[in-house]
Design a protein around this ligand. Structure first.
Ligand SMILES: Cc1cc2nc3c(=O)[nH]c(=O)nc-3n(C[C@H](O)[C@H](O)[C@H](O)COP(=O)(O)O)c2cc1C
Length: 207
């Protein structure tokens, strides 16, 4: 059975603007992909492993072409479990608000855990190569302000960062849906949510 991994980076549950849009995406996705399962990974309630000196050492061992061994290997158990879970998916949905012009720390922590050489990317004679291929991703965001056009676009470190980071590991087919602005009055919020839900409904059938 194919799997969509839903990576959630907001702690706001039922109150979440982002998840309101994601729920519409998931409804459409489930209807269009009856043979797929959807697995949720809520980063706001998941205790991710800290990147201690020993765990970071493991990254350099792998970067140098070596094998994990001994205490380092043991320390990597949780990292490898997260990598396995990420790589077991056939498609991804990421639900993330903008926090301080970028991504919430829990999503950055997750990326620091899973983006490991040998597993998600490798270096070749011609440069880095992403190893996560043929897996589409949809990223649903919400923001207090608006960043999709005008001078504020330069302050969007969320979409460009995620595009580059996931692109680096091979995920090139990424669709962004932004619900914005959420904090400029109820009228604009309702209009933005309705627009984003419409895009989410359309994207769900295509993914
Ligand atoms: C810690 C924090 C930082 C935020 N930083 C920004 C920001 O830089 N720009 C912005 O437009 N909105 C910012 N917001 C507002 C959220 O992006 C907005 O309310 C979003 O809809 C929250 O999504 P959620 O309801 O799914 O958690 C921030 C909110 C929080 C809690």
């Amino acid at each position: 059975m194919k799997k969509l991994l839903h990576i959630i980076a907001t702690p706001r549950g039922e109150e979440s603007n982002t998840l309101q849009v994601s729920r519409v995406f998931l409804e459409g996705f489930r209807a269009a992909h009856l043979d797929w399962e959807v697995e949720a990974l809520d980063l706001s309630t998941t205790a991710l492993p800290d990147l201690t000196a020993m765990r970071v050492d493991g990254k350099y061992v792998l970067l140098g072409g070596g094998e994990l061994a001994g205490d380092t290997k043991t320390a990597w158990t949780e990292i490898l479990a997260h990598i396995d879970r990420f790589l077991a998916a056939d498609a991804y949905l990421v639900s993330t608000p903008m926090w301080n012009f970028g991504i919430p720390y829990m999503l950055k922590h997750y990326l620091d855990v899973i983006m490991q050489p040998r597993y998600l990317f490798r270096y070749t004679a011609t440069g880095p190569e992403g190893l996560v291929t043929n897996r589409p991703m949809t990223v649903i965001t919400s923001r207090g302000g608006s960043y999709s056009e005008g001078p504020a676009k330069a302050a969007d470190f969320q979409e460009p960062y995620l595009r580059f980071a996931f692109g680096f590991v091979g995920i090139q087919d990424v669709t962004f849906i932004h619900a914005e602005p959420m904090a400029m009055g109820e009228e604009l919020r309702a209009k933005a949510l309705a627009g984003a839900k419409e895009k989410a409904r359309a994207a769900a059938a295509r993914r």
